[in-house]
Design a protein. Structure first.
Length: 334
């Protein structure tokens, strides 16, 4: 068929991003403006501030993405945008911009699911073979998603409380580490000589769901006990104990889900895919089990618009477009 040039926009959380993606595979441009510095002093994303920052910079991001792509505006095939899930005020900025562009350029609008984007980030660098299993691990999500065929998603497991990145950030915060805390815990864990033993939340024997709040409480209990006794806390050992618990549960459940659903590839995605402990454990287990592990480069694991363009291409190819009166969906389901 004819080539597609999809202009994609992502504003679901604290990154403002625009990209042009050709045929769901080739990134022609992918500009990302992160607000992480703005939110750091609050120790987390402040929704109202996020919306305002998106408004300030969205037009520039879109202009840059188009200019860098080398594709003239009148050759764009469609405008894709993250419709949800995410912060409603943040999503709205992208949605309104996408609608205005689709209307002005008279091209289709494609509302896209944020997690579909994280998963299809893999398609920008690898060939996906179905059925496959995606482990989505980010600040907002922890899900095992079975892809029976292209674009056919089935959530087979998800967190019952905190997302894994959220647990990392909360633990980091209680150790007075800067936001976002994931990378700091990861670094401490790598330096540790020992690990504080902490529980693993396996849940029911056949469940692919996750739970991280008990682990987080166990970490807090260790910190409180050290404080009470006036003992010095071995931060590195605690970070390593926490990380070992998280990594073991994620790895075991992912590998078991692959076996049960007879998937051959494991697609790792979301910001927590940056975690060195997780990558190493998954690489080793997948090697043993004959599973092909796909991990996009880090710049495509964290929130970006190119992944939205990749996911939107599936809908474009089927002519599945979105009405212009579409609404942002803060709790959109896959
Ligand atoms: O996908 P992402 O950029 O944004 C969301 O959609 O949430 O993920 C951000 C999350 C944060 O919670 C951050 O602490 C975590 O990913 N993260 C890490 C690491 N790098 C980022 N968690 C553990 N280890 C890391 N190296
Ligand atoms: Zn995300």
């Amino acid at each position: 068929g004819e080539a597609s040039y999809i202009l994609a926009i992502e504003t679901s959380c604290d990154e403002t991003s625009a990209a042009v993606v050709q045929d769901g595979k080739t990134i022609l441009s992918n500009v990302v403006s992160s607000q992480v510095e703005v939110h750091r002093r609050f120790g987390g994303v402040v929704p109202e501030i996020a919306s305002r920052k998106h408004v300030e910079i969205i037009t520039l991001m879109i202009e840059q993405a188009i200019a860098e792509s080398g594709i003239p505006m009148n050759r764009l095939s469609a405008v894709a945008v993250t419709q949800g899930p995410g912060l409603v005020g943040a999503l709205l900025v992208g949605v309104v911009a996408a609608k205005a562009l689709a209307m002005a350029l008279r091209i289709p609008l494609i509302g896209t699911h944020h997690i579909a984007g994280h998963i299809y980030a893999n398609q920008l660098v690898h060939d996906i073979v179905y059925p496959c299993m995606a482990l989505v691990a980010s600040g907002g999500h922890t899900e095992l998603v079975l892809l029976e065929s292209e674009g056919k998603f089935r959530v087979v497991g998800q967190t019952r409380d905190d997302a894994v990145g959220e647990a990392y950030d909360k633990v980091a915060r209680s150790l007075h580490l800067p936001y976002p805390g994931g990378p700091h815990i990861d670094k401490l864990a790598a330096e540790a000589e020992e690990a504080v033993p902490l529980p693993r939340a396996w849940l029911e024997a056949d469940s692919f769901d996750f739970s991280f709040s008990g682990l987080k409480s166990a970490v807090l209990a260790v910190i409180n006990q050290a404080n009470m006794k006036g003992e010095e806390l071995n931060q590195a050992a605690l970070a390593r104990g926490f990380q070992e618990s998280v990594v073991e549960v994620l790895t075991e459940k992912a590998v078991r889900a692959l076996r049960v659903y007879e998937a051959k590839q494991l697609l790792l995605c979301g910001g927590v895919a940056a975690n060195r402990g997780l990558r190493a454990a998954l690489a080793e287990r997948c090697g043993h089990e004959g599973i092909e592990l796909l991990v996009p480069p880090l710049s495509l694991c964290t929130d970006n618009a190119a992944m939205i363009g990749a996911a939107a291409h599936l809908k474009w190819a089927r002519g599945e477009f979105t009405e212009l009166d579409m609404k942002a969906e803060p709790s959109f389901s896959l």
